[in-house]
Design a protein around this ligand. Structure first.
Ligand SMILES: [Zn+2]
Length: 272
């Protein structure tokens, strides 16, 4: 009797962490890739959701497209170095595992060949095989920053074309496989079609800490207070404490039944 009780206790001790992990990290094994035009965009627009998805089990990677040389009070090379260091701090706070830097010239992305930029993003997509990609919504209105516009447009296109082996076939010949990205979370600073509201009440403090890490780019502390207030206001409107908004799709133009469902607007949907 005593022995079976001891066995039960041992079994409980062995099983308990697994049950807890399955409950708190339901998406363990999944991969999130965030594509940011500038060092600070991802934390400002999606930091709470990124931290939440990583908390829930995703492994997160960041692709930083530009070198941010023009954002800061020092010389261009010094700005680029400082912003490069601080983006690592911000990513670390949110739990991101690794950063890939494309080092395109800041505010001059329009001059970069779309084929060349798409090829770099496709290579990383084929390498990382993300379940979810987050970036700017290329269909958002009134976006004036050319880096934001092009980063969103080319990233979404790369998520589509990475599945087709005849796009950048040299990557396939080098051993990478075609890969289709199923889920997109698209953020915007202007009006866009929002169909996903993510409750970030559990991660708002880490989000603000991550944004604060960009000391060279976010020089006015009032911005941090305004950002927290904006996320609180979005939360209140959706019956939660703090929220971030996205246009979400789980299929981009395959013409399948799933695609039809993805196009339905679900305004009050919480994070899955
Ligand atoms: Zn930006």
């Amino acid at each position: 009797m005593q022995q079976s009780r001891r066995l039960a206790i041992l079994l409980c001790a062995a099983v308990a962490p697994l049950v807890t992990d399955a409950q708190t990290r339901p998406y363990a094994g999944k991969t999130l890739v965030v594509v940011t035009a500038h060092a600070d965009d991802f934390s400002i627009f999606a930091g709470g959701t990124i931290a939440k998805l990583i908390d829930e089990g995703y492994t997160g990677y960041l692709i930083r497209v530009t070198d941010d040389e023009k954002d800061g009070v020092a010389s261009a090379p010094e700005n680029s170095l400082r912003n490069g260091r601080e983006v690592q701090d911000a990513a670390h706070i949110l739990g991101i595992k690794d950063i890939f830097q494309l080092n395109q010239k800041n505010d001059e992305l329009e001059t970069v060949s779309p084929t060349e930029l798409m090829g770099k993003l496709m290579l990383l997509i084929r390498h990382l095989k993300p379940d979810v990609v987050m970036t700017f919504d290329p269909w958002a209105a009134y976006e004036e920053n050319p880096d934001h516009i092009k980063t969103g447009r080319i990233t979404v296109q790369a998520c589509w074309t990475a599945q087709i082996d005849r796009f950048h076939p040299e990557q396939i010949r080098a051993g990478f496989q075609p890969f289709y990205v199923n889920e997109l979370y698209l953020w915007a600073r202007g009006p866009h079609t929002v169909n996903k509201v993510v409750d970030i009440s559990s991660t708002i403090d880490r989000k603000i800490a991550a944004v604060r890490a960009h000391r060279g780019m976010i020089r006015d502390p009032q911005i941090l207070m305004d950002l927290r207030a904006a996320n609180r206001r979005l939360g209140e409107l959706n019956h939660m404490q703090y929220a971030e908004l996205f246009h979400y799709t789980n299929s981009i133009g395959t013409g399948s039944g799933d695609n039809y469902k993805a196009l339905e607007v679900v305004p009050m949907e919480k994070n899955k």
